[in-house]
Design a protein around this ligand. Structure first.
Ligand code: AR6
Length: 179
């Protein structure tokens, strides 16, 4: 899908293999690694990633921090901390939207033209996948409307076909509404 100057795509796969300028990590507040996509990114990047993360001092939920990508194909990792789902009454939706918005604004600040996102918060943190997909697509759509020329490629990398179908539908809804 093309929105303004940006190719916006949804793929199924392993985000650690993404050759975008940056990949986004679904991290925790410590930024010191964990399971899921966080563990996969740290394994693929090598120990220098953890060493740089130790210098950052953590990250609040809904915000993002940037490091180099080390042994990854991506030059940078943008670490964001999604909310733990606890029923939706604790600002989870706004915090999740903040993860996407802050990640894109960091990428833009570093003049990065392409970025890949995992389905933040939809694993261990338990965010319902259909809602997470709609929030992700609408946050990216809003950023693209504000700044149509900032990116060449925005990619959602889902780990299974079911998530891919949800994210694909959500992106189509947002992209079609925009045109
Ligand atoms: N590539 C793409 N997506 C992946 C990959 C991968 N290699 N591995 C998993 N996923 P999760 P969260 C998907 O649990 O819910 C960590 O321990 C997965 O199927 O990784 O934000 C952190 O340290 C799911 O859809 O992140 C935190 O403590 C999505 O990535 C906590 O988990 C996110 O699942 C964060 O939980």
């Amino acid at each position: 899908m093309i929105v303004g100057a940006t190719r916006w795509e949804v793929v199924t796969g392993d985000i650690t293999r993404s050759t975008t300028d940056a990949i986004v990590n679904a991290a925790n507040n410590s930024l010191l690694g964990g399971g899921g996509v966080d563990g996969a990114i740290h394994r693929a990047a090598g120990p220098d990633l953890l060493a740089e993360c130790r210098t950052i001092g953590g990250c609040p939920t809904g915000e993002a921090r940037i490091t180099r990508g080390y042994d990854l194909p991506a030059r940078y990792v943008i670490h964001t901390v999604g909310p733990v789902w606890s029923g939706g009454g604790r600002g989870e939706r706004d915090l999740l939207a903040g993860c996407y918005a802050h990640s894109l604004s960091l990428a833009r600040h570093h003049a990065l033209r392409s970025i890949a996102f995992p389905a933040i918060s939809t694993g261990v943190y338990g965010f319902p996948k259909d809602q997470a997909a709609r929030i992700a697509a609408s946050a990216v759509g809003a950023a693209l409307r504000r700044d149509p020329d900032a990116f060449d490629l925005i990619r959602f990398v889902c780990f299974d076909e079911a998530a891919t179908a949800l994210f694909d539908a959500a992106v189509r809804d947002v992209a079609c509404t925009d045109q």
